[in-house]
Design a protein around this ligand. Sequence first.
Ligand code: G
Ligand code: MN
Length: 378
Amino acid sequence: MTGARTIGRVLLIDDEPGIRATAAAILTREGWEVALAENGREGLATVERAACEFDCVVSDVHMPELDGHRFVAALGERVPDLPVLLMTANPDLDGAVRAMELGALNYISKPFTPERLASEVARAARRHGVARMMKRAAAAAEAPDLAAQSARLSRALATSWMAYQPLVDATSGAVRAYEALLRTDEPELRRPDVFIAAAERLGRVPELGRTVRRLVAADLAAAPRDVRVFVNLHPLELADEALFGDANPLHPSAARIVIELTERAALDALADAPRRVAELRRLGYAIALDDLGAGYASIGSLAAVAPEVVKLDMGLIRNLHLEPRQHRIVTAIATLCRELGSEVVAEGIETVEEQGALADHVDLFQGYLFGRPARGFP
Ligand code: G
Ligand code: MN
């Protein structure tokens, strides 16, 4: 059982003691309970021995005994939906593609900043399968500090608000849309991934979704008329009748809303997910496939969902102007998506070099270069 004061459990694997110590200190400060291993073989043994589940594994690639890629393959056979974040000083594309085929994972390049590690781990831990989320929710129901956790989540929901980040036209630079991103003033749940993970653990994702829809609906009056608003939908919300019923305050504005879906897990776990996605379209919403390339939204979901919009994960975008092979792969994916009739968004653009490398290949840009998420419609 996760300790009362931790937000979850991370297994950290690296053969260098210095990296283990640094990364463990960062993650502990974030509130994670951290277990350590020196190589893949030891990591596997730790997972198998563990009395309770890990939320995420952070692993080095180059290690003696069992390297990161072979570790991912072996882990995938034992715990298929445990997310792995691979750390490497020289990311190798062949390895990345091979590892992606083996399971949901992400890369983080060394050296990393504390913020980058913290946010990648929170992201990875949040993106694991629906089955795991449900198991964790069941476990949380027996947690000794359940009342305190619930009260904190209630405060977070009561003080939540939406930040908006612009999506700009790749050619003209004009703002075409905003992505709505959930924020709260509750101090301990300020980090959005931690906030969402708390709702998952406490089985309150539908309530979180209803809060988001209420806030976005209220903000819409102040949004420029000709822009669309992208709203993230948690896969567990697909099972919430309130999303489809008349009480959904977004329905009257459905034509302006793009619902972002991620995680193939949603389609795997909910037998009637395709029917529910079709129902959203019938209500007038457009569908975006979020985070393509992060290992969570697969090429397979492109065929299954036929999204109006595809959002390329920022992990694919980062520094692609320096990596000819990565650039080739990303532009080929973007071209394929356009041929399939989807509008393509490049997410997480931070530099003019990344922008320049993609300008001819995508329709919309989103990222700090154009605007950070902020109150109102920046
Ligand atoms: O999972 P999803 O793609 O919806 O996540 C969007 C998140 O990415 C938001 O929390 C937002 O703050 C963050 N984000 C948006 N643009 C950038 C960027 O250019 N760089 C980085 N590092 N993060 C970004
Ligand atoms: Mn999104």
